[in-house]
Write a protein that binds this ligand. Structure first.
Ligand code: NAP
Length: 252
């Protein structure tokens, strides 16, 4: 019997990560999600993964806390070993993250470090520590943002870290290609989740974003999960080191 494919989706307890987890589960892939503080929400997603026909599991992770990653991977490996008699997995989706909207002149070192730790340093080291556990032929998908291509005032620290992740992704593709592991970026445009205090649902912002988006609206989580799920299939095996923007054509 062939081993089931397994994905790890950070920040899979709500928003974009939730839809990614369910979309991946619909492809017949088992999914481990992480949550930061809301275990109940994560358990709801685990049930939704089961409804989609795959097996889900939730683990706590603070992706800013690099010192905790060894412990995280111990818990992850233990779960995989118990469940599959093998602690390897196939797809790492670095999605967890929070927003910051602050003009450059108001951005404190603490704000900057928060963005760096969650969106860049955390992703770098969480990925580094995943590499020995990833099966050859697997895939890494890093979630960036449209804001790494176009600029809105107030997003400088956040968007700079997303830019860094896009460079990191090309290096992952280069260094892991020999093992058949691909690395790609999915860059969503503005999506109406709870991200950044739900600001993408504010009436004014909805109007602005819709007016500069070819498809004429703000995105929904369901616009993104299927793109990530596609990258977790054999159909995407020749897509490597790419930045795929899913923004409905924002600021083109
Ligand atoms: P969201 O709805 O706010 O969900 C954030 C997720 O990340 C939750 O699962 C949350 O867990 C988890 N999380 C928060 N802080 C964490 C921490 N310190 N360590 C580990 N996990 C943490 O956000 P979203 O809109 O889905 O955004 C997901 C990703 O897409 C982020 O990387 C974001 O930068 C990117 N993105 C979003 C948009 C957008 O407009 N929404 C656009 C482009 C890119 P808890 O529920 O337990 O707190």
């Amino acid at each position: 019997m062939t081993q089931k494919k397994i994905a790890l989706v950070t920040g899979g307890s709500r928003g974009l990560g939730r839809d990614m987890a369910i979309s991946i589960a619909k492809k017949g892939i088992d999914v481990v999600i992480t949550y930061h503080s809301n275990e109940d929400a994560a358990n709801v997603v685990v049930a939704e993964i089961a409804q989609a026909g795959s097996t889900g599991h939730a683990l706590q992770l603070d992706s800013r806390d690099i010192q905790s990653f060894n412990d995280f991977y111990s818990r992850f490996s233990e779960y995989l070993s118990d469940k599959y008699s093998n602690d390897h997995f196939d797809y790492l989706i670095n999605n967890a993250g929070t927003g910051l909207f602050s003009p450059i002149t108001d951005t404190s070192e603490a704000h900057f470090d928060e963005m760096m730790n969650i969106h860049f340093k955390g992703v770098f080291f969480l990925t580094q520590k995943a590499i020995p556990l990833l099966n050859d032929g697997g895939s890494i998908i890093n979630i960036s943002s449209g804001l790494a291509r176009f600029s809105f005032p107030g997003a400088s620290a956040y968007a700079s870290m997303k830019g860094a992740i896009e460079v990191f992704t090309r290096y992952l593709a280069k260094e892991l290609g020999g093992r058949g592991i691909t690395a790609n970026v999915v860059a969503p445009g503005a999506i109406a989740t709870e991200f950044a205090n739900g600001s993408n649902k504010d009436e004014d912002k909805v109007g602005i974003i819709s007016s500069v988006t070819a498809l004429g609206r703000v995105g929904e989580a369901e616009d993104i999960g299927s793109v990530v799920a596609f990258l977790c299939t054999k159909d995407a095996h020749w897509v490597n080191a790419q930045r795929i923007e899913a923004s409905g054509g924002t600021l083109i």
